[in-house]
Design a protein around this ligand. Structure first.
Ligand code: ATP
Ligand code: MG
Length: 315
């Protein structure tokens, strides 16, 4: 994406406002243009009138209004694909994990969600001809299960220098949902400055579930989760980034027919995610991946194994 314009080009943005926007994670005209004015008001602590004017001017500057289908196609043609290192899993998704999209990995404990996230942090660094994007990764860890040792192990299996691979992964631990959302704001600043093409949030839902338990607070929880998912969608869309999030399984004991298990996060995640992959455990290190809720993908499953060398096709 061309970064022709600077926030300072916008009338009404002086040094003080610039600082406020920066601390809210808005560092580009593009980011300003797509931030809802009401959210901008809160984030940057400015008046509604000012927020409306600034987003309006950012949009005018970029010429954002309607676009032609051809331009949409041109943008879609820029979509990048990150290999998972497993052919079956890549072809389940078409060509791999896509930029400009949120891919959600759903599954019970031990199903391989975190392992796939680790692997993608390595494979995004591969050159284009090897299925990567020659770019860096950013990892937001909410459960404390990120393991650099595991990254090094996987890097070696791809003939990459482990130290270099570790240097190209920017990491943050999120301690609660508010912190997680602040980190996502910060990510919006880091992504364009650091050639980051993969943003992982593992898991996207844990803090929200534990901080807002019970039906009385469900609406608030879903509203905050929705805000968070939109932060991630904007990053994916504006900066051409593959966002990969993990999600848990929730059991609904009141279901009498069919599967009593379903992904947590309800409609917010179901609508926010571009692709949803449900992982199941099979024998030993074998795992089965299935795409759910996708009108664009044929029904199908991919088999893979979790090995010391990472995720691989099952023999
Ligand atoms: P949770 O919901 O608890 O976060 P998860 O879906 O993230 O679960 P993972 O941590 O990705 O699960 O997967 C754990 C599985 O990966 C275990 O079966 C473990 O044996 C396997 N695994 C982890 N590290 C290695 C390794 N170095 N070599 C082989 N298998 C490994
Ligand atoms: Mg995990």
């Amino acid at each position: 994406m061309s970064m022709k314009y600077d926030l300072r080009d916008i009338e009404g943005i002086g040094p003080a406002t610039l600082e406020k926007l920066k601390s809210a994670g808005i560092t580009t005209v593009e980011a300003l243009a797509v931030t809802p004015p009401r959210l901008l008001m809160e984030l940057a602590d400015i008046t509604e009138d000012k927020a409306l004017k600034l987003t309006q001017r950012a949009r005018e500057l970029l010429g954002i209004s309607f676009t032609t289908a051809r331009e949409v196609l041109e943008k879609r043609n820029k979509i990048g694909y990150i290999t998972s290192g497993c052919k079956a899993l890549d072809s389940l998704l078409g060509k791999g994990f896509e930029t400009q999209a949120i891919t959600e990995l759903i599954g019970e404990y031990g199903s391989g969600k975190t392992q796939i996230c680790h692997q993608l942090c390595v494979t995004v660094q591969l050159p284009l001809e090897k299925g990567g994007l020659g770019a860096k990764a950013l990892f937001i860890d909410t459960e404390g299960t990120f393991r650099p040792e595991r990254i090094a192990q996987i890097a070696e299996s791809f003939d990459l220098d482990p130290t270099e691979v570790l240097n190209n992964i920017i990491y943050a631990r999120a301690y609660n949902s508010d912190h997680q959302m602040l980190l996502a704001d910060e990510a919006a600043r880091l992504v364009p400055e650091n050639n980051i093409k993969l943003l992982v949030v593992d898991s996207v839902i844990t803090h929200f579930r534990s901080e807002y338990p019970g039906r009385e607070v469900l609406a608030v929880r879903q509203q905050k989760l929705n805000q968070h998912i939109h932060q991630l969608l904007r990053i994916a869309d504006i900066y051409d980034v593959a966002v990969v999030v993990t999600n848990q399984i929730q059991s609904t004991p009141d279901v009498f027919f069919g599967n009593p298990n379903k992904p947590a996060g309800g409609n917010v995640l179901a609508h926010g995610s571009t692709y949803r992959i449900w992982l199941r455990k099979a024998k030993e290190s074998r795992r089965i991946a299935r795409i759910i809720d996708s009108p664009m993908h044929p029904e199908g499953e991919a088999l893979f194994v979790i090995t010391p060398a990472g995720i691989k096709d099952a023999e």
